[in-house]
Design a protein around this ligand. Sequence first.
Ligand code: 5GP
Length: 230
Amino acid sequence: MKLLYKGKAKSVYERDPGTLVMEFRDDLTAGDGAKRETKAGKGAINAGISARLFQVLQDGGIETHFLRFEEPNRHVVKKVEIVPLEVICRNIATGSLVRRYPFKEGQELHPPIVEMGYKSDEYHDPFLNDAIAMALKLCTREELERMREITLRVNDLLKGFLLERGIILVDFKVEFGRWDGRIILADEISPDTCRFWDAETRQVMDKDRFRKDMGEVLEYYREVQRRVLG
Ligand code: 5GP
């Protein structure tokens, strides 16, 4: 297969026109790639978790790029034109939100907050508003509205699914693509792209363990996998 793109944690290959293979690698990065490590098995864990969560979303009526999971670490996906935006949804204040604004760490957010960032390592994924996104010709006003609407629906579906499994969905990042003239969900949903807290102990079960050198990164990813797939 032809390698089309190698990102920080995934490689994307062209299988046939219209279909791609997304390979989840064992690389972990933080700080726009400044901090790097490889953890054997991470790619397969994330591929499994993401496949299950995309299935949950599809069952809930959300259109996604996901076609099938090829074990251990590949997703076969529709080829979309990626919108270079990171759409972030927050149920609990933490991370960059509490660094930028006077929210209290751990404060619940009702309704959830949706923010958008420009996907660019060079510019460090800066947050932007609708006017900037449109002036940069990243997408249209209608596409922005659609992405926000889908993101809130993703939040509702995943929040419920995860809480039944003892996991609080604190916040997450999603990406979208254009397919057949429509905006559909793309990329991945995993402990690399979400904050997951244990519902009882509030233990961190996601990439913050790596970002903040908390240790036992893979052990917690495996626990998320066990609960999500179980
Ligand atoms: P924050 O803005 O607080 O750093 O991140 C909010 C949420 O979006 C977290 O769940 C975080 O994992 C996710 N997120 C934000 N930017 C990125 C990014 O560039 N890559 C990944 N993998 N996740 C991100």
